[in-house]
Ligand binder design. Structure first.
Ligand SMILES: Nc1nc2c(ncn2[C@@H]2O[C@H](COP(=O)(O)OP(=O)(O)OP(=O)(O)O)[C@@H](O)[C@H]2O)c(=O)[nH]1
Ligand SMILES: [Mg+2]
Length: 334
C-alpha cells in the first residue's frame, strides 16, 4: 500500500525515579545512602532507508510509544534505560509538527537520522545528594516525562524530472523506455496508481531521476479521477515533461488537453507552471494523415516558448532526443 501522508503521535518513555535507600550491612551500624538513579526513558528515532517506499506502517500504527526507564535501586544501581525505537522511512520524507507548515526535518538522502521524541532523564537517587553536611539525605528526584509530540510525515519523492499529462498519454511507457523502471502499462486510464521513479543513465558518468505519476483529468483539483494529491511528487522536480496524446483516437483536442493539465497544475501550486517545461506530443505513430493535430500543438509550443518534441514512446522514435533535451534543461550538458 502506497501511503504518502500520515499523522503520527510519538510518546517517548519517561525516566525512572531515583531510589531512596541506605546500605544495611552486618557490623556497619549506619550505612550511607545508596539509592541509584532512574534509567533514562526510550527515545524515538526515524532513519531514512532507500528500500522503504511508503509510510504505510504509520497508517496502521499512528501512536508510537517507547518504554520508560526503570527506577533506580539500592546498592547504587542505576535503573535500566528504556529501549530506543527506530523506524525506517522512505527517502524524501518531510517531518512537520501537526498544524504547522514549518519543516523540522527533510530526509534528502539515505541513512539520515532524526530524533522525533526524546526520552525523559532518570531522577537522581538519594546517594547523589550526600554531602559533608548531609550524610543521610532522604531526597530523591522523580524521572522526567518523555517528549510527546504530534507530527505529520509527508513523502515527496526526490526526482529531477516529473512526467505529467492525461491518463493514457504514455507516461509510464516513456519511463519504461528511457530508464530501467518497469511500471504497469495498459490501454486504460489510471493504470498508474502510485508514483514510480526511474533512473535515466544519460552517459557513463551522468544520470538523473524521472518520476512518473498518475494521470490528471479536468477537475482533478476537485477530486476527479485520482485527484491532484500525487502532484506533491513533482513539487521537488526541476523540470516538467508534459506528455500530450496526439493520436486521433482520443477524440480530444491536444491543445485543450494541454490547457486542462496546466490548469490542474496551477490549482495545485501556481509555482509548478513557472518551472521549465518540455512539451511532448506522444503517439505520433498513430497520426496518419491527421497532421494538423500535431501542427496545432507545435504552434502552441512556439507561442509559449516551450521546447517541443514529437515522439512515439512505444516505437522509441524521438526518445533519445527527448532525453538529451531533459539533460540540457537540467544543465547536465551544454
Ligand atoms: N501507438 C502508441 N501507443 C502508445 C504510445 N505510448 C503509449 N502507448 C499506449 O498507450 C497506452 C497507455 O500507456 P501508459 O504508458 O500506460 O499511459 P500513462 O500515461 O502511464 O497512463 P496512466 O498511468 O493511466 O496515467 C498503452 O496501451 C500504451 O501501449 C505510442 O507512442 N504509440
Ligand atoms: Mg501510467
Amino acid at each position: 500500500m502506497f501511503v504518502d501522508q500520515v499523522k503520527v503521535s510519538f510518546a517517548a518513555g519517561g525516566g525512572g525515579n531515583g531510589c531512596l535507600s541506605f546500605r544495611r550491612e552486618k557490623y556497619i551500624p549506619r550505612g550511607g545512602p545508596d539509592g541509584g538513579r532512574g534509567g533514562e526513558g526510550g527515545s524515538i528515532l526515524l532513519v531514512s532507508d532507500s528500500s522503504v517506499k511508503s509510510l504505510a506502517y504509520f497508517r496502521f500504527h499512528p501512536h508510537i510509544k517507547a518504554r520508560r526507564g526503570a527506577h533506580g535501586e539500592g546498592g547504587n544501581r542505576q535503573g535500566k534505560k528504556g529501549e530506543n525505537r527506530v523506524f525506517q522511512i522512505p527517502v524524501g520524507t518531510i517531518v512537520r509538527e501537526k498544524d504547522s507548515d514549518t519543516v523540522l526535518h527533510d530526509f534528502t538522502a539515505p541513512n539520515q537520522e532524526y530524533l522525533v521524541a526524546k526520552g525523559g532523564m532518570g531522577g537522581r537517587g538519594n546517594a547523589s545528594f550526600a554531602s559533608s553536611v548531609n550524610q543521610a539525605p532522604r531526597r530523591v528526584d522523580e524521572g522526567k516525562p518523555g517528549e510527546e509530540r504530534d507530527y505529520v510525515l509527508e513523502l515527496k519523492l526526490i526526482a529531477d524530472v516529473g512526467l505529467v499529462g492525461f491518463p493514457n498519454a504514455g507516461k509510464s511507457t516513456l519511463i519504461s523506455v528511457i530508464s530501467a523502471a518497469k511500471p504497469v502499462i495498459a490501454d486504460y486510464p489510471f493504470t498508474t496508481l502510485v508514483p514510480n521513479l526511474g533512473v535515466v543513465d544519460y552517459d557513463e558518468s551522468r544520470s538523473f531521476v524521472v518520476a512518473d505519476i498518475p494521470g490528471l483529468i479536468e477537475g482533478a483539483h476537485l477530486g476527479q479521477g485520482l485527484g491532484i494529491r500525487f502532484l506533491r511528487h513533482v513539487e521537488r522536480t526541476k523540470v516538467l515533461v508534459h506528455l500530450v496524446d496526439i493520436s486521433p483516437y482520443t477524440q480530444r483536442d491536444p491543445v485543450e488537453d494541454y490547457r486542462t493539465v496546466i490548469r490542474e497544475l496551477e490549482a495545485f501550486d501556481p509555482g509548478l507552471i513557472k518551472r521549465p517545461q518540455i512539451l511532448v506530443a506522444n503517439k505520433t505513430d498513430l497520426l496518419g494523415d491527421e497532421t494538423q493535430r500535431l501542427q496545432e500543438l507545435e504552434s502552441l509550443a512556439a507561442r509559449e516558448g516551450l521546447p517541443f518534441f514529437p515522439i512515439s514512446a512505444l516505437k522509441r522514435i524521438g526518445t533519445k532526443e527527448l532525453v538529451q533535451a531533459m539533460a540540457r534543461e537540467l544543465k547536465l550538458v551544454g
